[in-house]
Write a protein that binds this ligand. Structure first.
Ligand SMILES: O=C(O)CCC(=O)C(=O)O
Ligand SMILES: [Fe+2]
Length: 233
């Protein structure tokens, strides 16, 4: 499970595409090192007053830009193409949401809405858990079972875009153990760092912290209009 001391990023996101999902989602298991994970977790301790709050600092502090933003911007979507934020209004993420999920903590199925450009980059720290993707029935009600599940390992980067952003909902179950974890049920199984950890079908959760990088379209209205939405459930 040790992460490499140096990170070898894929030559393009295409190499990390989650083929089972509609275009397009990408998963890079080793996006940061254990040392970088530790350093970021240290920064998000409550003393730094950023946990579970909207970080509304511009520009983003160095420890959120380096290494994560720099690496995101360094990977072309495919050969000869620019990075995944090239088409976004600010050309880069300008906003990071930090969420903490102790065991038995989740987030209700939801869509992220029109405040953001439709590219979401999530770095996971500390523990693995499953992100569920849901769709609405014809009548608008939520299908109770997820259509797909993505297992997010610590130090991984997950990128979701396009229809996955606008047409599907995402959520995390409030459970302590993810069950039925297998090649058949996990969309990104072939891209996992350590699939052998889940051969019994079980992921025992520990506290997972996520950093969600997005481009907020209208930065100036952020404080007034969006602030209260970002409290954790
Ligand atoms: O923590 C995550 O991976 C998801 C968070 C999320 O969906 C959100 O904050 O909108
Ligand atoms: Fe979300």
């Amino acid at each position: 499970m040790d992460s490499p001391p140096h990170i070898n990023l894929p030559p393009s996101l295409e190499a990390s595409r989650i083929a089972a999902l509609p275009p397009a989602a990408y998963y890079i298991a080793d996006f940061i090192t254990e040392e970088e994970e530790e350093a970021i977790l240290h920064k998000t301790w409550p003393s730094d007053l950023v946990k579970d709050t909207l970080l509304d600092a511009r520009p983003l502090p160095d420890w959120l830009e380096e290494p994560v933003t720099r690496r995101i911007l360094s990977i072309p979507v495919s050969d000869g193409e620019p990075h995944v934020f090239a088409g976004s209004p600010h050309g880069r993420p300008n906003h990071v949401l930090i969420n903490e999920y102790p065991p038995n903590t989740g987030i209700m199925p939801h869509k992220d809405g029109s405040a953001y450009h439709a590219v979401v980059c999530t770095v996971s720290l500390g523990s693995s858990l499953c992100l569920n993707l849901y769709k609405n029935k014809e009548d608008g009600a939520l299908e109770p079972e997820p259509v797909w599940r993505i297992l997010q390992e610590p130090r991984s980067l997950l990128i979701t875009t396009a229809d996955l952003y606008s047409e599907y909902l995402h959520g995390i179950e409030s459970i302590a153990t993810d069950v039925n974890v297998s090649k058949e049920t996990i969309a990104n199984w072939d891209l996992l760092r350590s699939p052998s950890l889940y051969l019994d079908g079980i992921n025992q959760r520990q506290t997972r912290t996520s950093l969600t990088y997005r481009d907020v379209l209208k930065v100036s209205k952020l404080g007034n209009k969006l602030g209260p939405m970002f409290k954790r459930p």
